[in-house]
Design a protein around this ligand. Structure first.
Ligand code: DX5
Ligand code: ZN
Length: 219
C-alpha cells in the first residue's frame, strides 16, 4: 500500500512561499497539506483562498486542504476554485455532515472528515462508506509544533476496524506531532497519509527530511 507524505505549509516561511512550494514539488512528498484556520473553530488564524490560489499556481502535487473553520458549507465551491483536490472538514464543525460530504464530492473533490483528539471514532459509523479520507488529529488543532497525543494509536486501531468491517475505501491520515520517531509505528498501525509541519520545515534540509519520512513510512 502506498504511503503519502503531506508537508504542512503552515510551518513554511510565508515570506518565501514559492521557495517552499518548489521544495515540496522537487521532493519525495506526495501532497501539499494546507491548514485553513478561522480564529473561531480554533484559536488561531492562518490564511484563506488567495494564499491557496497562490500555492496552487506553482504546486505540481495534490492539494490536501484541511478546514479548521465553522460552517465550511459556505465556502466549499470557493475552495474548489482555489485549487483543493482533497477537502477535509471537521466532524465537530458540521451539523449536516452527510450533506457537506455530498457537496464536496459533487464539486469534484475527495471528501475527508477530521476528528479532534476527544472525538470518538464511533461517530463515523454511518458516514464512513461515503468518505475518501479520515483525518485523525493527533494534537489539538490550531497550532503547529505540538507534541503527539499517544491515545491516537487506539483511535487508528478502531478506525482500521471500522473501515474493514464497513468495506469503506477511506484512507487514514494523521496530523500533528509526526516525526521520524513515530512515523514507522504509525505506518505499521495502518496510517496511509502523514502530515508533517515543523518536523519538515524547521529541519536543516527539508527535502532530505521528507525522503527520510517517506522511507520510514514505507518500511
Ligand atoms: C494543526 C494543523 C497541522 C499542523 C501540523 O492544527 O492541522 O496540520 O500544521 O504541524 P506539526 O507537524 O508541526 O505538528
Ligand atoms: Zn492540518
Amino acid at each position: 500500500m502506498n504511503k503519502f507524505i503531506a508537508p504542512s505549509i503552515l510551518a513554511a516561511d510565508f515570506a518565501n512561499l514559492q521557495h517552499a512550494v518548489e521544495m515540496v514539488n522537487n521532493s519525495k512528498a506526495d501532497w501539499f497539506h494546507i491548514d485553513v484556520m478561522d480564529g473561531v473553530f480554533v484559536p488561531n488564524i492562518s490564511f484563506g483562498m488567495p494564499v491557496i490560489k497562490a500555492i496552487k499556481k506553482h504546486a505540481t502535487k495534490t492539494m490536501d486542504v484541511h478546514l479548521m473553520i465553522v460552517d465550511p458549507d459556505r465556502y466549499i465551491s470557493n475552495f474548489k476554485k482555489a485549487g483543493a483536490d482533497i477537502l477535509t472538514v471537521h466532524y465537530e464543525a458540521c451539523t449536516h455532515l452527510h450533506r457537506t460530504v455530498q457537496v464536496i464530492k459533487a464539486e469534484g473533490m475527495k471528501a475527508g472528515v477530521s476528528l479532534n483528539p476527544h472525538t470518538p471514532i464511533a461517530v463515523l459509523e454511518d458516514i464512513i462508506c461515503d468518505l475518501d479520507l479520515v483525518l485523525i488529529m493527533s494534537v489539538n488543532p490550531g497550532f503547529g509544533g505540538q507534541s503527539f497525543i499517544e491515545n491516537t494509536y487506539k483511535k487508528i486501531e478502531q478506525l482500521k476496524n471500522l473501515i474493514a468491517y464497513s468495506g469503506s475505501k477511506a484512507l487514514i491520515e494523521v496530523d500533528g506531532g509526526v516525526t521520524d520517531k513515530n512515523i514507522q509505528q504509525l505506518s505499521e498501525a495502518g496510517v496511509d497519509a502523514f502530515v508533517a509541519g515543523s518536523f519538515v520545515f524547521k529541519s536543516e534540509n527539508p527535502s532530505e527530511t521528507i525522503s527520510n519520512l517517506k522511507k520510514l513510512a514505507s518500511k
